[in-house]
Design a protein around this ligand. Structure first.
Ligand SMILES: Cc1cc2nc3c(=O)[nH]c(=O)nc-3n(C[C@H](O)[C@H](O)[C@H](O)COP(=O)(O)OP(=O)(O)OC[C@H]3O[C@@H](n4cnc5c(N)ncnc54)[C@H](O)[C@@H]3O)c2cc1C
Length: 800
């Protein structure tokens, strides 16, 4: 062991080994991996080794596909056999909704370029896996690149390939302590102290403790997981091929062949956490006692699905732990506030995600950003509220239990809720508010009568008409929306304007005005679709998506300059938005009248009833509208004042479901749909806000896009001949049998009475009037490109 490395990776499981390999592959040789025991001594040695392509998050599915392709590469490079059995895989659906979901998931795969899968009938599936009973199944999906690997061999292959490229692997050396230094980190180990610029926490079952060594509480917990390996099955002895990796979603099991028997893994409904504060240091190659009683129901389903299991015994039981984050996705990337400390934790499926995690993290450390849009696994998608143990317990448990349970897009899950509520929460609940969750905060979805329950659905739900009514109120009278769920950052100090000018690609607003501002990364891709407010007194605000608060804060801090004070107002500020033709009349009743003179995109401080508020004249709904911001404690008072003032104009509260429909009718994009860190200004139309005459972060790359060949795909609005269901995102768009784009978001435009979508489409298909087709919940529908903003295309209403 040397006394200094550029990077020290803590943990010799599949994830740490993959991070090390990718660092070396990208050219950093001065890197080492420290392992407490021997390689694989955490959860990696006892994994089932299954690799399969399906993931609900398309970006993560792509990283899984990358990992699967990488496996044979590392085998060849290292010379270490990884026991790869590419048997192909089946994912089976056992309810009509699940079968519909699988058909639309298949289309999503086409959208993201995964083409080696196909839908299969039950008969075909049973031919492919003859030991499976087709009883109760409705259909399935076949994927070529699925199967299983030898887990120990795979970890050694990553490590061996890394060593061949110059990286070091040091076993039997536990990291005891981490101390931050000016240059990076001091890593105190059993065999001495090393310094490094970057430290990577890939400690798997011990991630919690290795986080705490740096004062970090990672939202991660281990849970136990069972699989069994059967004795030899005579039917398998007769086959001249291996049965495919098979997931029976409604049966909570996955199965793969293991020699002439099978391995049957179970996602237990009755989940069990294990060592929430991390595994004991002496833990290694032990397992937990199996608990067949706890999994009796799932086992019965498994033995019915594979009747041959009823004829043979169980050779081995495995009940071991692996780690989960609240949403089940990994926690990867630079930990906010801890320069040089990187997380590669909570990787639930290390053998199918580890390659993608290693690649992205190595790119991040070396190039400053990963190539792929990895927001879905970014450690900064959580805030400090997620450090709470009960929150972690409830959410990881919910994820585990529901691992194979279908979650509908309109379904609200209960774990860890309600957490943060705005001041008017109780009053709004009494008024019938149905709540969703954004980050830690309860946000209004819509308002329904007593006893209303929304039916989980892949299609339009029984809340459709309620949302229609709310949209009508906003378009025809005036609606009130709780906008506590927007982020607000305050920027002050002598260099506030200079700093904002550098990090935002747009011109900054004049005093008393607000302006839309794209923020770009150095490589020219989007980092934010923000709104800047110049309050005219030296104070500026940046407003954006609430759930990106920690993610944006990390970016701002990484690009901070002297003379700037930045404050996240998210805990101190709340607000309401007033939108609709009567909005001005309502707000004027509560103030001295000057607020009515605010021009479109104007802003200022005003008395609103008894409160002193900041007001901006803008509206995501595309109406005459005002966003009114108050102190968090004034929220209920502000709501009451506005409702009373609007009573004569028929004011009604509405929720974000209506707002999503209203903004679609205006072709207003939103983050994580039309705008992501994978897209560029040219693709998304954000370039129209760029001030090309000034310098800003990402300008060279943005110029290269502008002055080069331009983007291959651009953003358009579509009208879809859909019935009873709308597009939601990632549906493929077809023209003459070719895939020419994909939907970024969709929904029903209640005012114009049409199913709408926004989409990225090949430039030659982007003209209004172009006929295309789109798969909506698995069914192909005709559609056409329409001019942007089907409602009030000239924006006259908004500017009235
Ligand atoms: C029963 C079961 C079945 C599974 N099946 C599959 C499957 O089919 N497919 C799949 O992809 N995944 C599967 N998994 C999950 C998989 O095992 C994990 O995703 C994977 O092992 C995580 O790897 P890791 O490197 O993050 O963590 P770990 O394997 O836990 O590795 C962490 C390493 O860090 C070391 N370490 C910790 N602290 C220190 C320290 N202070 N100093 C030095 N070293 C330290 C540990 O000794 C350990 O070796 C399964 C898991 C279980 C339990």
């Amino acid at each position: 062991m040397k006394s200094h490395y550029r990077v020290v990776v803590i943990g010799g499981g599949v994830v740490g080994a993959s991070v090390l390999y990718h660092l070396a592959k990208l050219g950093w040789r001065d890197v080492c991996l420290l392992e407490r025991s021997v390689l694989t001594a955490g959860s990696s040695w006892h994994a089932a080794g299954g690799i399969h392509a399906l993931n609900a998050d398309p970006n993560i599915a792509q990283l899984q596909a990358y990992t699967i392709d990488l496996l044979s590469e590392i085998e060849e490079e290292s010379g270490q056999n990884i026991g790869l059995h590419m048997t192909g895989g089946l994912t089976m659906a056992g309810t009509p909704d699940r079968w519909e979901w699988l058909q639309s998931a298949y289309r999503t795969f086409q959208s993201i370029g995964i083409h080696d899968c196909r839908l299969v009938s039950v008969e075909e599936a049973v031919d492919l896996n003859p030991i499976m009973s087709g009883e109760g199944l409705l259909g399935g999906m076949w994927a070529d690149r699925e199967g299983y690997i030898d887990t120990t061999g795979t970890v050694h292959a990553y490590a061996g390939a890394a060593k061949k490229r110059g990286a070091e692997v040091i076993e039997h050396n536990r990291v005891l302590e981490l101390n931050q230094t000016l240059q990076g980190w001091e890593v105190v180990t059993e065999k001495g102290t090393v310094s490094c610029e970057h430290v990577v926490n890939a400690a798997g079952l011990w991630a919690k403790q290795v986080g705490r060594m740096a004062g970090i509480e990672l939202p991660v917990s281990p849970l136990n997981h069972h699989y069994l390996i059967s004795d030899t099955i005579p039917a398998l002895e007769e086959l001249d091929f291996e049965v495919p990796m098979t997931v029976d979603l409604e049966g909570f099991t996955y199965l793969r062949q293991d020699q002439k028997g099978v391995l049957l893994g179970i996602y237990e409904i009755d989940h069990q956490h294990w060592m929430m504060d991390g595994a004991p240091w002496e833990y290694g190659f032990e397992l937990q006692q199996e608990d067949p009683d706890r999994i009796e129901h799932e086992l019965t389903l498994g033995f019915e699905r594979y009747p041959c299991l009823q004829e043979v015994g169980v050779k081995t039981w495995v009940n071991g732990a692996f780690t989960f984050s609240p949403d089940g996705n990994p926690l990867v990337g630079p930990v906010p506030g801890k320069r040089g400390y990187w997380s590669a934790c909570a990787v639930m499926a290390g053998f199918l995600q580890g390659g993608g995690v290693g690649k992205s993290l190595a790119e991040w450390i070396i190039h400053g950003a990963p190539e792929a849009d990895v927001y879905g696994m970014d450690v900064a998608r959580y805030g400090t509220w997620a450090e709470n143990k009960q929150y972690i317990k409830e959410t990881t448990g919910q994820f585990y239990t529901r691992r194979f349970v279908m979650t509908y897009p309109n379904e609200q899950l209960p774990a860890g809720r309600p957490l943060k509520t705005a001041g008017a929460y109780a009053d709004m609940t009494a008024a019938g508010c149905q709540w969703g969750q954004s980050w830690d905060l309860e946000v209004p979805l819509y308002f329904a009568g007593p006893g209303f329950e929304e039916t989980p659905s892949l299609k339009r739900s029984n809340a459709h008409d309620i949302v229609a009514e709310e949209c009508k109120v906003v378009r025809e009278r005036v609606g009130l929306l709780d906008i506590t769920g927007f982020s607000r950052f305050e920027v002050t100090g002598p260099n506030a304007e200079g700093w904002l000018n550098r990090i935002m690609a747009s011109t900054l607003p004049e005093p008393g005005r607000a302006r839309l501002a794209p923020m770009l990364a150095e490589d020219g891709r989007l980092k934010g679709d923000l709104t800047i407010f110049n309050w005219g007194d030296g104070t500026w605000w940046i407003m954006g998506s609430y759930y990106l608060r920690a993610w944006h804060m990390r970016w701002f801090n990484d690009h901070m300059e002297d003379g700037v004070t930045l404050r996240d107002l998210g805990e101190d500020t709340a607000g309401f938005s007033l939108a609709g033709p009567a909005a001005r009349r309502v707000i004027e009743k509560l103030t001295d009248g000057r607020v009515g003179d605010l021009p479109f995109m104007g802003c200022g401080a005003f008395d609103i009833g008894l409160l002193r508020c900041k007001v901006g004249r803008l509206s995501v709904a595309g109406e005459l509208g005002y966003e009114i911001h108050c102190r968090a404690g004034d929220h209920a008072t502000l709501r009451r004042s506005l409702l009373e003032a609007g009573a004569g104009d028929g004011i009604r509260e509405y929720g974000f479901n209506a707002l999503l429909s209203l903004r679609l009718e205006k072709s207003f994009g939103i983050w994580n749909a039309e705008f992501t860190q994978g897209y560029t200004p040219g693709m998304t139309g954000m370039d129209r806000w760029i001030d090309w005459d000034k310098s800003f972060i990402g300008k060279a790359a943005a110029l290269a896009e502008r002055d080069g060949n331009g983007p291959a795909q651009v953003q358009v609005t579509l009208e879809i001949d859909a019935e009873g269901a709308d597009a939601s995102g990632y549906e493929p768009i077809w023209s003459e049998g070719q895939q020419v784009g994909f939907v970024t978001s969709g929904g029903y435009g209640h005012t114009i009475g049409k199913s709408l979508a926004m989409a990225l489409i090949n430039v030659d298909k982007a003209a209004a009037g172009t006929d295309v087709s789109v798969h909506v919940v698995g069914v192909e529908r005709s559609a056409r490109v329409i001019p942007a903003s089907p409602y009030d295309p000239g924006g006259k209403v908004m500017r009235a």
